[in-house]
Structure formats: C-alpha cells, structure tokens
Design a binder for this molecule. Sequence first.
Ligand SMILES: [Zn+2]
Length: 147
Amino acid sequence: MNAIEIVAETCPECGAPLVHALDCWGQLGAMIAWEWQDPELMAQHFLTIASYNLQHPAQFTAEALAGLREQFIDHLDNGVPIQEIRRRVSSLAEGNTKVLIPAADRHPVLHHWPMSIADVYLPDQPAAAADRVKAWAASIRTELRRG
Ligand SMILES: [Zn+2]
C-alpha cells in the first residue's frame, strides 16, 4: 500500500479513472481544448457534451434529462442534424426551462458503462478522438436501449 492518500480515484458517477491526474470533468475540458485544432472532433461537440452529461445525470432535472436523451437519440437514430438540435435546445432555453438541480439535492449513482470519457481522452492519441467520441456515444445509445 502506498502511504499517500489518493482521493476519488474513479468518478463516483461515471466510473472513469483519473487520466494524468485529471478527473472526468478535467478530461472533458482537455477534450474541448483539442477541438480547436481538430475540426472533426469539433463537429462532434454535441455528442461529446451529451455523452458526458448522460453519464452524469444526477445534476439535471428529470425534464432536462429526458430532453437531452431525446435529442441524443434523435441525432443518432434518425440523423437529425446538429444545427436542428441546436435550434431546439436554444428554444428550450428561451422557455427558461430549469436544467440543473441544486447541488445539495444531487445523488450521484455509480453506473458501469462499457466506455467512459477515460476511454476517449487518450492524451497521447488526439488524432482519432472524433472516432472515439462516436464509439462512446454509440455505446451509451446501446445502454439506453437496455433501459
Ligand atoms: Zn464522471
């Protein structure tokens, strides 16, 4: 056993391990930073954010989560373009829909996913990140189908 205390080695909600000392939120930030040099990854921005959020549902209201799931599925299954998804999401925001629940009322539950952001954010392999995002989203889609 190491004498150094290690705090939160894995995310209590998505189960992602630390990658280069970054937790899953930090890994998401690093992915977003990659988008600026990677137009293919930038094009998958919606799937990156939606996949991350769907693996961290505790922060969202039931309505917001249902809406997110619906847009995610509509995009993957029916090919609804990102521009249309964006339009729908912004019209929801105009309706002043409450998206987040207060931090004290969040109860994260660990779910074991086939892929987490730690499988997508590979620090030494930025090249195929867009393909990994698509695989990540597809794996989440399969889990959602299971219910
Ligand atoms: Zn997480």
